[in-house]
Design a protein around this ligand. Structure first.
Ligand code: SF4
Ligand code: SF4
Length: 164
């Protein structure tokens, strides 16, 4: 990125790598990684939108996101994980072997598959059918009886956004 910005005619004052942009102890702590950043007119943050928001709140200068955040996934070893949680405010993922149908099933179905999957593939898009994975996970943990529980619809009133 430094090379690209420089080639675009910008003066890159410096950069630092944070273990997590959305969990910082203080702005001074961020600067301790490279104090020359203090000279900057603007920052480019290469994290998800959560990190961009936190840095924006502390930096006191313009902050731009380098990425277009599409999901709250994660990383395990070298594998980038797809979106795992839809932030519904009412976590029942234990009923699904840790595979959340709110976000992993294209239709967000809570009580079993739609029946449209073909060869393990979702009928909506190119994803693997989440309900196949839910079944396998529950089988693996000897929890298939959880499939027999009728799951209530989500209480969408709980998906409120916390006042800031
Ligand atoms: S049930 Fe809700 S809180 Fe739990 S993983 Fe799924 S979306 Fe996230
Ligand atoms: S095929 Fe599977 S993942 Fe796709 S909508 Fe139906 S149940 Fe959900």
């Amino acid at each position: 990125m430094e090379k690209r910005l420089t080639e675009a005619g910008m003066n890159v004052t410096g950069w630092t790598v944070l273990s997590s942009a959305c969990t910082i102890s203080s702005w001074e702590d961020v600067l301790s990684g490279n104090p020359t950043i203090r000279e900057s007119d603007a920052l480019l943050v290469m994290s998800c939108g959560g990190g961009v928001s936190v840095i924006s709140g502390e930096a006191g200068i313009r902050v731009y996101p380098a990425l277009d955040t599409k999901s709250l996934g994660g990383v395990c070893r070298d594998e980038t994980l797809i979106e795992r949680c839809g932030l519904c405010g009412e976590c029942t993922v234990w009923m699904y072997g840790g595979v959340c149908p709110v976000i992993r099933c294209a239709k967000g179905l809570l009580n079993g598959p739609c029946g449209g999957a073909m060869d393990g593939k979702c009928e909506v898009d190119s994803r693997d059918c989440a309900w196949d994975e839910i079944f396998e996970k529950l089988k693996e943990t000897d929890s298939l009886e959880l499939l027999e529980l009728a799951k209530e619809p989500k209480d969408h009133a709980r998906k409120y956004r916390v006042e800031t």
